[in-house]
Design a protein around this ligand. Structure first.
Ligand SMILES: [Fe+2]
Length: 362
């Protein structure tokens, strides 16, 4: 079963093509973004005239930080309520997109002051248009909002079908200003999503052509984009791969791969894509005996071997100096084991499996 209720516009005219649908989402949008990405990408400069042309007044909330916290979401939700906006346009990487989804949900359902927020408390939401400015997260076509609880340091995903953006407006030109670090880490995030479409026990052969095409695109275009950041064809191919990754995890969920990375992000500030990248090889190692036919078929479809894939991955600076103490590892094992994504693993992952992977990062 595939469920994908987002209307997707892709390419250099994405915003133009989406205009009629965008304007119909409501009367006054709240633009949700981070400090810089909406401006640097050029997306905001193109959006404002579209809204003006349609006489749509708007408000802007630009205080979403990387790895957004529930506190930021609550602040944004209050802003949304006070601004009397009736739909949202999120511009940025995964952080503004995820924050906007949660802001819309908790405002619409009067949960701003609620401590324990769970998806069963949502009955409706505000419409959301998502304009990605990175090629990684796929959040523009997913029902997930990944947020950090600052009081516990736990990063976790909230998933509800209500959170799917109504519109995904994907214009690869908005990724031309990304620096190499963000280009690399976001591509590795997209790669993880695509692979997790195979890793997950919710894998669906119907998605395999997308997964194969996405991984192939990343393997063939990542270096080109890093060497020639203004190469629009490479940027287009990477954005398409990220979109495929989002479509994939919206159906299959993520796995241990993501669960392992969250503590590395919240405690050591390791960017999301990098935290996926540094555990990827070990996750494949752990999963391989349980997924031999699926992974072998994947590599065959890409005309490569597992070794080729791992050698390709080695080309990129995906290492960090990390000394994880035994105490830290033991404190995180129960958190990793309790994360939602663990239901999707192709085997029953044990505390020892997690311990071993974290220890090997030393
Ligand atoms: Fe991710």
């Amino acid at each position: 079963m595939i469920y994908l209720p987002s209307r997707i516009f892709f390419g250099a005219n994405a915003l133009q093509n989406a205009e009629a649908y965008l304007i119909r989402l409501g009367t006054k949008p709240l633009i949700v973004t981070g400090k810089n990405s909406a401006k640097l990408s050029g997306a905001l400069d193109e959006l404002i005239p579209v809204l003006k042309k349609n006489n749509a007044d708007c408000a802007i909330f630009d205080r979403v930080q990387e790895n957004p916290s529930w506190d930021t979401v609550r602040e944004g939700a209050k802003f949304l309520k006070d601004s009397q906006c009736d739909y949202l346009i999120a511009i940025g990487g995964g952080s503004p997109l995820d924050a906007a989804k949660a802001m819309a949900l908790i405002t619409a359902n009067n949960l701003i002051e609620e401590d324990k927020i769970t998806p069963d408390k949502f009955s409706h939401t505000f419409p959301l248009a998502a304009i990605p400015t990175t090629a990684g997260t796929g959040s523009e076509v997913t029902q997930y909002s990944v947020l950090t609880d600052a009081s516990t340091g736990i990063k976790a995903g909230l998933g509800t079908d209500l959170a799917f953006p109504k519109l995904a407006i994907c214009d690869p030109r908005y990724t031309l200003s990304l620096n190499n670090t963000i280009t690399l880490y976001t591509a590795i995030d997209a790669l993880s999503h695509l692979l997790e479409g195979i890793f997950s026990n919710k894998r669906q052969p119907l998605l395999y052509p997308l997964i194969q095409a996405g991984i192939d695109a990343i393997m063939k275009n990542l270096e080109i984009a890093l060497n020639s950041p203004s190469n629009i064809q490479a940027r287009t191919n990477l954005m398409q791969a990220a979109l495929y990754g989002g479509i994939t995890i919206a159906q299959t969920g993520t796995t241990l791969q993501h669960s392992l990375g969250y503590p590395l992000t919240t405690h050591f500030g390791i960017p999301h894509g990098l935290s996926n990248g540094i555990v990827l090889k070990q996750v494949i190692e752990l999963y391989y005996p349980y997924l031999k036919p699926e992974l072998n078929n994947l590599f065959l479809s890409l005309n490569i071997t597992r070794k080729d894939f791992e050698e390709w991955l080695e080309k990129f600076p995906l290492k960090v100096e990390l000394e994880l103490s035994d105490e830290f590892i033991e404190s995180q094992i129960p958190i990793v084991l309790a994360s939602h994504n663990m239901a999707n693993n192709p085997l029953t992952v044990t505390a020892e499996d997690i311990r071993k992977i974290y220890k090997n990062l030393k």
